[in-house]
Design a binder for this molecule. Structure first.
Ligand code: HEC
Length: 127
């Protein structure tokens, strides 16, 4: 093989290598696969806006909103089953304090338990 043949072999290898790269990283629009990051630049993303569930969006629930949204979504509250009664809600508040260390004064804990029991303690009324 002369010098020209060697160049052709190298060129052939480059083409095969390029095709291999294309196969591993499909170009935009060539399918559903996610694209690999093209650089190490920071990626910006927007977290969904945390909103107050409608069941707790009024002034009477302000203490619940300000106290109980410190660690998790208020949907932890509103997705609990209805009709669990008064004790369930006071126990839930006590659990946040004793088990998870929520810094809630006893008077506030009582008030929050009352609010939650009043709103969620009874079984939902069927229309
Ligand atoms: C100090 C942090 C903290 C605060 C403040 C807090 N919680 Fe929680 N809460 C947790 C943790 C941790 C869990 C369990 C999370 C999990 O399992 O993913 C939880 C879970 C819950 C659950 C789901 C059921 C359960 O028992 O695991 C409910 C209901 C709940 N919290 C209600 C409340 C209420 C009501 C308040 C306000 C009085 C409150 N939380 C405040 C930490 C907190």
């Amino acid at each position: 093989m002369g010098p020209g043949g060697q160049n052709a072999a190298v060129a052939g290898f480059v083409v095969v290598a390029a095709l291999a790269v294309l196969a591993v990283f499909p170009q935009p629009g060539s399918g559903e696969r996610a694209q690999p990051p093209s650089s190490l630049e920071p990626v910006a993303f927007v977290m969904p806006q945390e909103t107050t569930p409608p069941e707790l969006a009024d002034a009477g629930a302000e203490l619940v909103v300000s106290t109980c949204s410190a660690c998790h979504s208020l949907e932890y509250i509103t997705t609990q089953p209805r009709g669990m009664g008064d004790k369930f809600w006071h126990d839930s508040v006590a659990k946040m304090i004793k088990v998870y260390g929520a810094p809630i004064e006893p008077a506030d804990a009582q008030a929050i338990g009352d609010i939650l029991a009043g709103r969620f303690g009874q079984a939902a009324q069927l229309p």
